[in-house]
Design a protein around this ligand. Structure first.
Ligand code: CP3
Length: 346
């Protein structure tokens, strides 16, 4: 590539991803781009979420906002896990305050026909947006992402967000062939979506299996693990791969078997415990997002505790244990970034 001068290869984030000793502990936040920023609301105006995701200049601006404001060590691409589903023709909307809603939920073999392969031409706006971003970002690496097959399938089968994922679990067990048909097609779509982002210039990827924690380990291994592994295989050997789920303490080892180099850890389990169980993985996490709403003293103490807890890991990327809550004060996130950089400088 021709942008060697601006190459982010020496970034603390990429060094940590590779398990090397970075100059400081890198920090970024899941959902750093979005609703907690006033400049995000201004930029979005009345544009719907999916329309915004298809508008390269807007995607570039929104992705850059937290980088400018916080000085985080990585940018997360502004998009959504359902963008590739919409791109292959699934009728899905992102309803404010609710999340993805699918017009006709998936229930039968016939529904498989609605999941064709993703062609890079379907998401030309992604390639274009990342092209703009690579120029703007300079030394700061861009993280591309996708939703994991289980989490995406849950939206398709339930028709929207679900607390118990009951229809999804019922379908897995009563129609395992149909389940594996849906999940393997989703794995192909996710894998291609990740590849497109990496080809365009993303320097790492994160696979979000946000709702995998709803599965027992046995069900995770049988119904989700093979498909997440397939999705991540598409970008193996090209960029570091982060794998994250919520409430997945019982699945840490199983999720690590997907081959991702970095394990995301939610706030429910201390990093030192995760490090003992996953000595070969770099860990990402895991400040409770609710603590951003606590007073400064409590927030800084919790930040220091997470840094301390991450010391035993092969490598540590500081993050929240899940996404930034919408009513977080941006000043508090800035406080955390500065503290992480200050305390961890080597
Ligand atoms: O800063 C970032 O993390 C960048 C972009 C990003 C978004 N969604 C933007 C978004 C990322 C990485 C996602 C991933 C995503 N989307 C996940 C996995 C991560 C997680 O939080 O567990 C999931 C489950 C989704 C599905 C989804 N999309 C939900 C649950 C919601 C929230 C609905 C709501 O309004 O409460 C969305 C919408 C969404 N995705 C918003 C943003 C900024 C808010 C929409 C808006 O601003 O109108």
């Amino acid at each position: 590539m021709s942008n060697a001068a601006a190459s982010p290869i020496e970034s603390p984030f990429l060094a940590a991803c590779r398990g090397e000793q970075p100059s400081r502990t890198p920090v970024w936040f899941m959902r750093q781009a979005g609703r907690s920023l006033p400049e995000y609301k201004t930029a979005r105006g009345t544009t719907t979420m999916l329309e915004a995701c298809r508008t390269p200049e807007l995607v570039c601006e929104i992705t850059m906002q937290p980088v400018r404001r916080y000085g985080v060590d990585a940018a997360i691409f502004f998009s959504d896990i359902v963008v590739p589903l919409a791109a292959v023709g699934v009728d899905v909307e992102i309803v404010p305050g609710t999340g993805p809603v699918v017009a006709e939920p998936f229930r039968t073999e016939d529904d498989l026909k609605r999941l064709r392969n993703l062609d890079p031409c379907d998401v030309g706006y992604i390639t274009e947006a990342i092209g703009l971003l690579v120029k703007e970002l300079g030394d700061t690496p861009l993280i591309g992402f996708a939703g994991a097959p289980f989490t995406l399938a849950s939206y398709l089968i339930e028709g929207g967000p679900s607390r118990d994922h009951a229809k999804t679990k019922a379908l897995m067990h009563s129609a395992p062939e149909l389940w594996h048909g849906i999940a393997s097609r989703l794995a192909a779509i996710c894998g291609e979506f990740l590849r497109v982002q990496v080809e365009a210039g993303a320097r790492a990827v994160q696979l979000f299996d946000s709702w995998a924690g709803a599965l027992s380990e046995a069900d995770y291994r049988r119904f989700a693990l093979p498909h997440s592994t397939a999705a991540l295989a598409g970008v193996a050997q090209s960029v570091p791969r982060i794998h994250f789920g919520v409430g997945t303490a019982h699945l840490l080892e199983a999720m690590a078997e997907t081959g991702a180099e970095i394990s995301g850890v939610d706030f429910r389990i201390p990093l030192e415990q995760a490090a003992e169980r996953l000595p070969d993985k770099v860990l990402q996490g895991n400040l409770d997002p609710a603590l951003i709403l606590a007073d400064d003293a409590a927030l800084l103490a919790a930040t220091d505790a997470v840094l301390e807890s991450g010391r035993g890991a092969k490598g540590h990327i500081f993050n929240l244990g899940h996404g930034v809550l919408p009513d977080s004060d941006p000043e508090k996130l800035k406080l955390v970034v500065d503290r992480v950089h200050e305390v961890s400088a080597r």
